[in-house]
Write a protein that binds this ligand. Structure first.
Ligand code: ADP
Ligand code: X15
Length: 401
């Protein structure tokens, strides 16, 4: 499916003020930026604009401040510094977003240079999509570029607002993300194996439902599995994560998959522990024999082998959600085994797509990012595309002619 919106290629940016919404919502601790994936992912658009002599004004949110004003831990200042370091570009930062100071910095910006505004969420009107916010931001630019794929599912002031006042086009990251993710679902090369893990059935129900419609095999792991065990009628899952309210819905999904001839793979064995913690040690038990006082923390070795085999036979794999509590080394093995199996695909002519913040973190932890065909920068946004929903940020852009 071709991307149907205008992109930066379609407009003249020479000497223009280009207002770009990026997603610089990166992990940050004590002012130190952790994973820089999202900053690096925005570079193709930023570099293109600089090379074409634009005055580049970048805006983003960082985290979820309360919207009452400046909060140091959510400032974009360290992110602007990291951008300068990674890009080698002339980047300045202004500690204002909607006021006169920001407007003056925009006014002073020269062609080929980059200005980063302060966190758009320091004002609560951003999240409310207040038109005043959009008008102020739009007044900074001649053109609006949306490249914040990770935030494109949010109808918020800086994401959808400026498109009402300015020519509005997509950046390269947004285009590539939407193209790649919608492309696999429109016509996946088969067999198409979807892997869903992580912690919450309730938040991924729409995704699971959609995947049963499109995948040949659906692999379920992580904290999702235990609700499905209950749906299968296993007496107990011990103290494992479970969502009792969703057991019935999980049973319906198992039935739907069976009726459609879609294979659902669930763990056959699990690594369980007596408590949730870094120091916990695991023991392997069969899925129908989890003791009352134990919680499932990872898939077991037999399951790893079963899943690796299913992945090996795939032409397309979409993966969202780790197989276990991979943050703790004792329970990272299952996620690593699945990551390694998925990493084989690209070199063998297959396609591997990873979506979701924690899945991407897991792939990075195991140093396998280079082996994947596409790693999405958006968790929530990629899930909405998987569910077949339109992204409000993309909808607001100008249609390609
Ligand atoms: N068996 C489990 N019990 C509790 N938490 C789990 C289990 N398996 C995985 N998790 C947790 O799920 C979290 C990731 O879930 P989720 O946010 O749904 O993934 P993603 O960000 O990739 O969409 C991780 O922090 C991981 O520790
Ligand atoms: O990190 C993000 O979402 P994600 O964790 O779903 O990928 C985006 O920056 C959106 O942030 P938000 O969920 O606070 O609107």
């Amino acid at each position: 499916m071709a991307f149907t919106k205008k992109t930066v290629r379609d407009i003249d940016v020479d000497g223009k003020r280009v207002l770009v919404r990026v997603d610089f919502n990166v992990p940050i601790k004590d002012g130190v930026v952790g994973d820089t994936t999202r900053i690096k992912a925005a570079l193709p658009t930023i570099n293109y604009l600089v090379e074409h002599n634009a005055r580049v004004i970048l805006m983003s949110h960082l985290g979820r401040p309360d919207g009452t004003g400046f909060q140091a831990e959510f400032s974009l200042e360290p992110v602007a510094a990291k951008l300068a370091e990674l890009s080698g570009l002339d980047v300045t930062f202004v500690d204002d977003t909607y006021g006169e100071k920001a407007a003056a910095a925009v006014e002073a910006l020269e062609p080929g240079k980059v200005l980063v505004l302060e966190n758009v969420r320091f004002d609560k009107r951003e999240k409310k999509n207040d038109p005043e916010i959009a008008k102020t931001l739009a007044s900074y630019g001649d053109v609006f570029v949306l490249d914040a794929f990770g935030t494109a599912h949010r109808s918020q002031g800086s994401v959808v607002g400026p498109a009402a006042y300015l020519p509005a086009v997509a950046g390269f990251l947004l285009e590539k993300e939407v193209d790649t993710l919608t492309g696999i679902f429109a016509a996946p090369e088969r067999p198409f194996v979807a892997i869903v893990g992580g912690s919450k059935v309730s938040s991924k129900i729409g995704v699971l439902d959609h995947l049963i419609d499109s995948a040949d095999t659906l692999i379920i792991g992580g904290g999702m599995a235990y609700t499905f065990f209950l749906a299968k009628g296993y007496k107990t899952v011990g103290t494992s994560l479970k969502e009792e309210d969703w057991v019935e819905r999980a049973a319906e999904m198992l039935k739907k998959a069976e009726d459609k001839g879609v294979q659902i793979l669930l763990p056959i064995d699990n690594v369980v522990a007596d408590h949730f913690g870094e120091d916990a040690t695991g023991e392997v038990v069969a899925s129908d024999s989890i003791p009352e006082d134990r919680m499932g923390m990872d898939i077991g070795p037999k399951t790893e082998a079963l899943y690796a085999e299913a992945i090996k036979g795939a032409k397309t794999v979409f993966w969202n959600g780790p197989m276990g509590v991979f943050e703790f080394d004792n329970f990272a093995h299952g996620t690593q085994a699945v990551a390694e199996a998925v990493a084989e695909l690209k070199d063998n002519g297959g396609t591997s797509i990873i979506g979701g913040g924690d899945s991407v973190a897991a792939v990075n932890k195991f140093d396998l990012a280079d082996k994947m065909s596409w790693i999405s920068t958006g968790g929530g946004a990629s899930m909405e595309l998987v569910e077949g929903k339109a992204l409000p940020g993309v909808e607001a852009l100008n249609d390609a002619e």
